[in-house]
Design a protein around this ligand. Structure first.
Ligand code: PEP
Ligand code: MN
Length: 266
């Protein structure tokens, strides 16, 4: 699935037995953990389709305080149940340094969300953690600011960093964000950290997820993070961008077809 091979400068981040940076990874799951049935059902299905890790937020950074804020510790318990059931490593967001201990106990990769990329207290605390961190790019952050945030984590001794390009705010309002394809290649080259792309938050619309995912892979992304929900219309957060299972199957089939392509190095 990788069209640009890692070179000697690419750092490999092990997540259980997945070598992120060397092996292409697909992280899939709902925006938010809503129930055990929803999450475990999704986990089983995305695993069967070929996903390598399960995503799902227990702590949700929502723009409106009136929106569903996540199930918190109950969500973490459900994530653990999904891992026990499927063996998929868990990627979930930690919003507050005070929650790190609870999240570490249940997660395999700690996600820093776009809204938290400038939370230097959180980043510093994650520097002392013995778990990989998936660091999303701030929606208004330059590549340099993003890499400086990674340096906050690395400074504490945690170099297990995976960057995630999730789209930035531009003047374009037709789609939710603008996926910065150049930043995928640039951040990877400048830092050596693996870079995954999140076409779901970039697109904001499910029909754009496939083309953005394919573009990201062509640009050398080390993986994808995609929102998948058993019934997108009923999702408690980000219903417009979630893929149903059939669309997720289509995406993985298209990705598999890309495998032989090569596009030179960034
Ligand atoms: C998410 O991945 O759940 C999320 C909230 O995304 P972002 O931080 O990129 O908005
Ligand atoms: Mn979401």
């Amino acid at each position: 699935m990788k069209v640009i091979e890692p070179d000697a400068t690419t750092r490999v981040v092990m997540v259980n037995d997945h070598a992120v940076g060397r092996d292409f990874v697909v992280i899939a799951g709902p925006c938010a953990v809503e129930s055990e049935e929803q999450l475990v059902g999704t986990a089983r299905r995305v695993k069967a389709a070929g996903a390598h890790m399960l995503r799902g937020g227990a702590y949700k950074p929502r723009t409106s305080p009136k929106s569903f804020q996540g199930l918190g510790e109950e969500g973490l318990r459900i994530l653990r149940a999904a891992r026990e059931e499927t063996g998929l490593p868990i990627v979930t967001e930690v919003m507050d340094a005070r929650d790190i201990e609870a999240v570490i106990a249940h997660a395999d990769v700690l996600q820093v969300g776009s809204r938290s990329m400038f939370n230097y207290t959180l980043l510093t605390a994650l520097g002392a953690v013995d778990k990989p961190v998936l660091l999303k790019r701030g929606m208004a952050a330059t590549v340099d600011e993003w890499l400086q945030s990674a340096a906050y984590i690395a400074r504490g001794g945690n170099e297990r960093i995976i960057l995630c390009e999730r789209g930035i705010r531009t003047f374009e309002t037709n789609h939710r964000n603008t996926l910065d394809i150049a930043a995928i290649a640039r951040a990877r080259r400048l830092s050596g950290y693996p870079v995954v792309a999140d076409p779901s938050h970039a697109a904001g619309r499910r029909e754009l997820v496939m083309p953005l995912a394919l573009a990201a892979v062509a640009a050398g992304a080390d993986g994808l993070m995609v929102e998948v929900h058993p019934d997108p219309a009923s999702a408690l957060s980000d219903p417009e961008q979630a893929l149903d299972f059939a669309r997720f199957d289509d995406l993985l089939a298209r990705l598999a077809a890309l495998r032989p392509a090569r596009a030179g190095t960034a």
